[in-house]
Design a protein around this ligand. Structure first.
Ligand SMILES: [Zn+2]
Ligand SMILES: [Zn+2]
Ligand SMILES: [Zn+2]
Ligand SMILES: [Zn+2]
Ligand SMILES: [Zn+2]
Ligand SMILES: [Zn+2]
Length: 433
């Protein structure tokens, strides 16, 4: 009973001293067990290196850490402790060698043999001193798993130190607590609000190449913000937009990439290896023609000409650099063909507009049928006036040209060449009966 009370008092005292570093449970069968973390306050950065294994061909990774994980004392108190039985103690530490751990265990275990009293506080105190006097050989050689644990611990510890200290934001020059700030991997510290606003503005404006530490030295050095940092600062949505813009701008610099013609998509598309004109959107899987940007029309089919006209016009208006780029983009031979087709198409369009007019009903181009200005659409049979586009009644088509005071009065045979006079006269005879 007396032991039980002394154990309880010792636990209460240790909890008050070590707080979060102390943990214990009281077993239903009686007796306490628990752990105390002993922090290693290293002033220098410690180098840690991965142990080389025969099957690991890679050179060992070395890291510098500022904080090593704590050394932990595990204890279990038998019912005879502290008067009649020693505490069971073990030392846990991933980065110490087995020999070092056993030596620490032996030394703190010897304390009870001397005093036969409550000894846990003195054990921890002794351990703390011994850890700092250990002849540690740097770099510490550890396994891959331990390396990972050591690095993770160091990151968390550094973050904790950062969060609890004051920093001056180099944008707004206000002093703020670390948890309101962000340290970029270049080491510069800004408050989260300033960085988020700054990066969000750049991304929204599409100026993604300027998303970097705003410090003049970092701008000069071309230092980029890491993806993880950016995502943490601006949030997932803007980070996604940033990624899209970066990819888009990179691809725009590469003329072999096409862009999805779907307005809502505009994803990057890769040219097919087999069919030269075929491009497949990487985002929505649309298959489309690389040249005319219409939905895929088959390798043997001609391209929709209006888009080729646009390509031809762009090429003709382009400066030397853009011309060069377009030649790479479309291929010399193809571009020459596109230009030839576009010119032929343009000439034929000019001829049509000189010699035909559009049907007011179906918009078909109609060549002058009678050599006069009375037109009949060969597609939909609409009768109309070539000069003003007015519908003409089938019964009295010529009445349109016989209304005094109108634009078309007596102009049935206007705009005819001299050699067509004969034809016109014949047509007139036919028309007037
Ligand atoms: Zn600020
Ligand atoms: Zn910087
Ligand atoms: Zn698409
Ligand atoms: Zn096409
Ligand atoms: Zn028509
Ligand atoms: Zn008319």
């Amino acid at each position: 009973m007396e032991n039980e009370t002394e154990q309880k008092d010792e636990m209460t005292a240790l909890e008050a001293i070590y707080q979060d570093d102390f943990e214990c449970i009281h077993a239903p069968s009686g007796g306490y067990s628990g752990r105390i973390a002993v922090h290693v306050h290293s002033t220098d950065t410690a180098a840690v290196v991965e142990k080389t294994t025969p099957d690991n061909a890679q050179p060992p990774k070395a890291r510098h850490v500022e904080n090593l994980p704590p050394v932990t004392v595990m204890f279990a108190l038998p019912s005879g402790y502290p008067r009649a039985a020693p505490p069971r103690l073990s030392v846990m530490c991933s980065w110490l060698t087995r020999e070092q751990r056993l030596e620490l265990e032996r030394r703190i275990g010897a304390l009870w043999d001397e005093e036969q009293d409550v000894v846990l506080f003195r054990c921890v105190d002794l351990l703390q001193n011994m850890v700092h006097e250990l002849p540690l050989v740097f770099p510490l050689e550890v396994s891959v798993d331990v390396m990972r644990a050591v690095v993770t611990y160091d990151c968390a510890a550094r973050q904790e130190q950062f969060d609890s200290t004051q920093h001056t934001c180099e944008i707004c020059f206000e002093e703020k607590r670390g948890y309101l700030c962000y340290r970029l991997s270049c080491g510069h510290v800004y408050c989260r609000d300033c960085l988020r606003d700054y990066f969000a503005l750049l991304i929204t404006e599409g100026s993604v190449s300027n998303v970097r530490c705003p410090d003049a030295r970092c701008v000069k050095a071309g230092f980029r913000v890491s993806e993880d940092d950016l995502s943490s600062i601006v949030g997932a949505e803007l980070h996604k937009r940033y990624r899209e813009l970066v990819v888009k701008q990179a691809l725009e610099a590469d003329p072999s990439i096409a862009w999805c013609p779907r307005q809502q998509c505009q994803g990057p598309a890769i040219k097919d290896a087999t069919y030269e004109k075929l491009a497949i959107c990487q985002k929505c899987s649309l298959a489309f023609c690389y040249y005319c940007r219409k939905t895929w029309h088959g390798a043997g089919e001609y391209c929709a000409i209006d888009n080729l006209q646009r390509v031809a016009r762009d090429y003709e208006a382009a400066d030397a650099v853009t011309k060069k780029r377009m030649e790479i983009q479309y291929g010399h031979k193809n571009l020459a063909q596109i230009l030839a087709d576009a010119i032929a198409e343009r000439e034929s369009a000019r001829w049509l507009s000189d010699n035909t007019t559009g049907c007011p009903t179906c918009q078909s181009s109609i060549e002058k049928a009678f050599g006069c200005n009375h037109m009949q659409c060969s597609v939909c049979d609409t009768h109309f006036c070539y000069l003003c586009g007015a519908y003409l009644s089938v019964q009295n088509a010529l009445g349109h040209f016989n209304l005094p005071g109108t634009r078309c009065y007596q102009r049935l045979f206007e705009n005819l060449g001299a050699d067509e006079d004969e034809l016109a006269a014949a047509a007139a005879r036919e028309a007037w009966g």
